[in-house]
Design a protein around this ligand. Sequence first.
Ligand code: GRF
Length: 199
Amino acid sequence: MKAKLGIFISGRGSNMLAILEACRSGALADCAVVEFVFSNKCEAAGLRKAEALGVSTFCIDNEGLKRKSHEKQLLEVLERKDFDLIILAGYMRVISADFVRLFPKKIINIHPADTKVHQGLGAYDWAWKERLIETKLTVHFVEEGLDTGEIIHQEIVNLQGADSLEEVERRGLAVEHVFYSEAIKKVINGKEFKALSGK
Ligand code: GRF
């Protein structure tokens, strides 16, 4: 049986699209399916893109809501959904420790830097300002700290000769789009996931 993914986004959703594509005809085709896409921003361009591809979507805008009440509303919807993994793909809202505790080893994030060196927003900006000649993207389980969970996989992006922030981001995203799906596959094929999900 294929693993069911729920993807959380906040914006353009290029990683979400890459994962969707991987589920349909790429690295995840034999082992995963996207059940739904959720956004905390109802105007997120990625939601429209997912809808156009026939994927089930929903949004609960966090504007004006405290984290607790936003997550309570989200959990009410999630209770009615069938999913094995939550995939954060440009989800720009910090998830509370209470929420994380409900889904141990079931929430995965991609961070566009080495999480041992850089956490939080602006990772490409940081790599550009530091003039790094390479940066290390990280896929990790979400635990209670910010970008500190157990590392699933890291991948190096060559930044030699990159002459603008746009070029740094372009190179990084090209790698993200391939290796996020590969890291998800690694989780799905792992013993721990099989034991937790019975798949
Ligand atoms: C990506 O760089 C991702 O690593 C970071 O936010 C960005 C989201 O881009 N967490 P997109 O929405 O997937 O295009």
